[in-house]
Design a protein around this ligand. Structure first.
Ligand code: GUN
Length: 301
């Protein structure tokens, strides 16, 4: 069998188009322009690229984006001051502080300072808690939300299936498990979470109807760890040295793609799989936050 390729690039494009339409309606019917503020502290080159991509995608969807760029020597108090200013700004509906922050800053302190109703990353403990008790109207982390959209939009309903998540990070593995477990569309799966200390990991991954790899190790999931006909979602993005490429490396996922695609019924590629979904879901969270904040304001008096 050679698996169907699930294109995150195409699905993300569909979502971004739908969001542009939703933003246009918000503007014309409610006079509301969703606003996203992205804070970048330091000069990490990868973060600079991500932040630029997020701002550009927001602008294309009609979302007003602001980038706040701070130096590597920005103090924790200065950063907290910036977050507090954005919390208080009525034109800002979504706040994202790009990670990693400079090493002298406590990133948890900064993330906890963000108003949970503007926390479009879904990293604030209030949102983490709401998601873990199964709330539906919560700002959930973008990458796992994107995975759920990829499944649903390619005709894979997790309900009743055994989903195995490999990885327990706060950004992907844990929220992924919470979303799959939730009594809601895209949820209702039987969920197993595996990690670096799991014994006989292959015996567990081979039971997965839906296998989600988010462990951060290049090509960790081999073909013989995948059940015949499983749906395989590869969240990993790893650079491996490759002298045949001009830039000296190539990107690979956490799944040995060539092997796994001969066993799976559907699989996501790297690049062009989960990656583009993260930005699409950031925009989606921003529009959701804007709608909720606007509706809450208009019922206040
Ligand atoms: N750095 C890498 N990925 C992310 C993300 O999803 N959100 C934030 N804030 N920083 C990141």
């Amino acid at each position: 069998m050679s698996a169907e390729i699930i294109s995150g690039k195409d699905i993300a494009q569909d979502i971004r188009r739908e969001l542009s339409d939703r933003v246009a309606v918000l503007k014309s019917e409610k006079g509301l322009t969703p606003g996203l503020a992205v804070v970048l502290a330091g000069d990490d080159p990868a973060s600079q690229v991500y932040v630029r991509m997020k701002g550009k995608a927001a602008d294309e969807a009609g979302i007003r984006s602001t980038q706040i760029t701070l130096g590597d020597d920005t103090s924790q108090d200065e950063l907290l001051g910036v977050v507090e200013g954005l919390n208080a700004d009525p034109d800002v509906h979504g706040i994202l502080v790009q990670l990693p922050l400079p090493s002298h800053v406590d990133d948890q302190k900064i993330l906890r300072a963000i108003d949970p109703s503007k926390d479009v990353d879904g990293f604030h403990p209030v949102n983490v808690g709401l998601l873990s008790v199964g709330a539906e109207d919560v700002l959930a982390p973008c990458t796992p939300s994107g995975v759920i959209q990829m499944l649903l939009r390619s005709g894979v309903d997790p309900s009743g299936k055994h989903a195995v998540v490999v990885g327990r990070s706060n950004i992907v593995g844990r929220p992924m498990a919470s979303l799959l477990l939730r009594k809601a569309e895209g949820g209702n799966a039987t969920v197993t979470v595996c990690h670096s200390r799991t014994a006989d990991l292959g015996a567990i991954t081979r039971q997965a109807d839906i296998l989600i790899a988010a462990i951060g190790i290049p090509e960790f999931i081999k073909g013989d760890m995948v059940k015949e006909g499983a749906v395989v979602i590869d969240v990993g993005v790893n650079r491996v040295d490759d002298d045949t490429r001009e830039r000296g490396y190539r990107l690979v996922g956490d799944v040995a793609f060539a092997e796994a695609k001969e066993v799976a019924s559907a699989i996501t590629p790297v690049p062009g799989g989960v990656g583009p979904m993260t930005i699409a879901m950031l925009l989606s969270n921003t529009v959701d936050a804007a709608e909720r904040l606007h509706d809450a304001d208009s019922t206040e008096d």
